[in-house]
Design a protein around this ligand. Structure first.
Ligand SMILES: Cc1cc2nc3c(=O)[nH]c(=O)nc-3n(C[C@H](O)[C@H](O)[C@H](O)COP(=O)(O)O)c2cc1C
Length: 158
């Protein structure tokens, strides 16, 4: 099984999850960070995993653009979709639904909410101010959900 994990990240959480996922999936897994690699030959892969993160209610623009551009080929592949975000429960689910087109969500074999992190070392002044005000958080915190990443990998491999 050839697998591509294609993701967008701002402060590195979605990249961390892509790495962990790749380790779970095994050797034929290639990572593409859409910040630097936009040219992915999807025909080389049977399985495509797309990951993104939520900032101010929306998924990374590059991830959205990539999905819109490749929606036809994506619906013909085995697909997994995951999201990094700090909200949990229904709010996280709502963000997931708003992030990926309905057709792709319905077709996808695996859906993952992998949690998120606030990394104050990587935030700019405005981001720090927003996180302090909106989330009431003053220092870095990591809530990545490694159990969900493992479960997602198991579903993809089954
Ligand atoms: C300025 C800012 C805004 C954010 N807005 C949201 C949000 O609207 N909803 C949410 O669930 N998480 C939000 N988050 C949390 C991010 O989703 C979390 O930091 C995630 O781990 C980022 O992943 P990335 O580093 O791969 O981009 C926000 C984080 C920052 C710094």
């Amino acid at each position: 099984m050839n697998t591509a994990i294609i993701y967008g990240t701002k402060h590195g959480s979605t990249h961390k999850c892509a790495n962990t996922l790749a380790n779970e999936l095994g050797s034929n897994t290639k990572l593409y960070n859409l910040e630097t690699e936009t040219d992915v030959n999807l025909s080389e892969y049977d399985t495509i995993i797309i990951g993104g993160s939520i900032h101010a209610g929306a998924i990374n623009k590059n991830v959205k653009k990539f999905i819109n551009k490749n929606i036809d080929i994506l619906t013909q592949k085995k697909v997994g979709l995951y999201l990094c975000c700090m909200y949990e429960g229904d709010k996280a689910l709502e963000q997931f639904q708003n992030s990926f087109p309905e057709d792709l969500r319905n077709k996808a074999n695996a859906h993952g909410l992998f949690g998120g992190e606030f990394d104050f070392e990587k935030m700019n002044f405005l981001e720090k101010a927003i996180v302090k005000k909106v989330a009431n958080v003053e220092k870095s915190v990591s809530n990545l959900n490694y159990a969900n990443i493992k479960a997602f990998a198991k579903t993809i491999l089954s």
